[in-house]
Design a protein around this ligand. Structure first.
Ligand SMILES: [Zn+2]
Length: 157
């Protein structure tokens, strides 16, 4: 059975639907994807009722499929997100984000004295200690970063 929300929103022809985003994180997800932008139509639903999650956010992006790196980044914000690829109004691919055990180069270390924040050509590297809530440890300086800190350390921001 369709929910009233699904009836109200026009289906997209080609693009990506990101579902099961943790409630109120949709704007962060858009930021990771460099959206909104002039050319891309985005439909956003926040705090929608979900039988699995209580409430969730949904993002529909017209005319865009995600790179695997973008999917990895979304996992840091929305560990339960599902990715549906739409072509010609049909779902041609379904996937889940997958939080890796090691996060490389996406994030900056929050320790200003970390070697990755100097002029040395060292790429950042974090070990995932805990996925929910998120806790990471810098491979180089052992700084511990939690979810809140992670959100401010994205390279794209
Ligand atoms: Zn560090």
């Amino acid at each position: 059975m369709k929910t009233p929300w699904e009836l109200k929103v026009k289906p997209i022809r080609n693009g990506t639907v990101i579902d099961h985003i943790s409630a109120n994180k949709a704007l962060r997800v858009l930021k990771i994807l460099g959206l909104p932008s002039k050319e891309t139509a985005v439909t956003l639903a926040m705090n929608v009722q979900s039988s699995q999650m209580g409430s969730k956010d949904i993002v529909k992006i017209e005319g865009r499929e995600l790179a695997s790196r973008e999917v990895d980044e979304i996992a840091l914000i929305a560990p339960y997100a599902t990715i549906n690829i739409i072509r010609n109004y049909e779902i041609v691919g379904k996937g889940k984000v997958n939080l890796l055990n090691e996060i490389n180069s996406i994030l900056n270390c929050s320790n200003p004295n970390c070697i990755t924040n100097t002029d040395e050509p060292v790429t950042t590297r974090f070990t995932v200690l805990q996925k929910e809530p998120l806790i990471l440890r810098c491979h180089y300086c052992e700084r511990i970063m939690d979810q809140t800190e992670v959100q401010t350390q994205f390279r794209v921001f």
